[in-house]
Write a protein that binds this ligand. Sequence first.
Ligand SMILES: *[C@@H]1O[C@H](CO)[C@@H](O)[C@H](O)[C@H]1NC(C)=O
Ligand SMILES: *[C@@H]1O[C@H](CO)[C@@H](O)[C@H](O)[C@H]1NC(C)=O
Ligand SMILES: *[C@@H]1O[C@H](CO)[C@@H](O)[C@H](O)[C@H]1NC(C)=O
Length: 318
Amino acid sequence: MAPFGTIFLGVWGVFVVVLIQESKPVSWEEWWTYDGISGPAFWGLINPDWWLCNKGRRQSPVNLEPNRLLFDPNLQPLHLDKHKVGGVLANTGHSVVFAVENDTRHPVNISGGPLSYRYQFHEIHLHFGLEDHIGSEHTIDGHAFPAELQIFGFNSQLYNNFSDALHRAQGIVAVSLLLQVGDLSNPQLRTFTQQLDQIKYGGQAVEITHFVVRDLLPDTKHYMTYDGSTTMPACHETTTWIILNKPIYITKQQLHALRQLYQGDMKHPNAKLGNNIRPIQPLHHRPIRTNIDFSVQQGHKNCPTMNRDLYYKANSWK
Ligand SMILES: *[C@@H]1O[C@H](CO)[C@@H](O)[C@H](O)[C@H]1NC(C)=O
Ligand SMILES: *[C@@H]1O[C@H](CO)[C@@H](O)[C@H](O)[C@H]1NC(C)=O
Ligand SMILES: *[C@@H]1O[C@H](CO)[C@@H](O)[C@H](O)[C@H]1NC(C)=O
């Protein structure tokens, strides 16, 4: 989302690293954080353009209550193209962000699922905790995961680019993966975590030449979906969220490396980057739909409505 004042030296077939300190002045109106007087409770007051952060009633993230999901038989399988893309992994001071190169010839399309349009992959955000019991923005039945990876795309049938689509109807899709601690990491995730020592400080960035977004996804067809907002200012309510029902895995070592990242630059590192989590927002009667047919799983094939007794728990996903 944030444009980086970064220059790249391209070299074929290797990960090339060039680190430039972000030197552009930051205006008060763009200055926001995850705590204190510029924290989430004040985003809507800092900048009038961000009024939805405080006034909006279709905001994200939310808590997903397994026993209140609505089975929707019309929901399609989610589709993501499987070819590789190049881009830049950066510490933006707010998040670890992988942004696809602007002029990519072969965009990764995201379609299907609850989507009526074709979306084009734009960037990935990583939210994580400084301790294991927090980190994800979305929670399941009140439980947070140690991290959440959000894959963003923009509606490429209606809009020209991500920044335009951000504030337009049906503009954005966010596919959310919850991360669980495991002994073996998701291999694509490792592509990011191997580079973390290069982006220890805010403003640093590293080029990644071959990345297969789809390989991040866990092996599942099932998801939950609802209409919400971006979880950072300006909180536009244009995001279709798709939360997959299985986590992917991150090792303790990788989490440790993430927790060494700082918000600020080398001279003024300020606080740790972790705990970049917007608090849970009220649902205000929004439905959360799923393609998990609980009744079929229980054997009552004639009755496609959800069985309220049968639900899964966050910690039984392992
Ligand atoms: C990529 O996008 C950024 C932000 O809009 C812009 O500053 C930069 O010039 C673009 N780069 C290319 C190669 O198009
Ligand atoms: C993605 O969508 C574009 C149209 O925006 C299309 O030209 C392209 O072939 C699609 N990519 C794949 C791999 O299907
Ligand atoms: C995005 O699209 C809008 C509308 O077409 C255009 O005005 C704007 O310059 C574009 N932004 C970028 C960064 O390309």
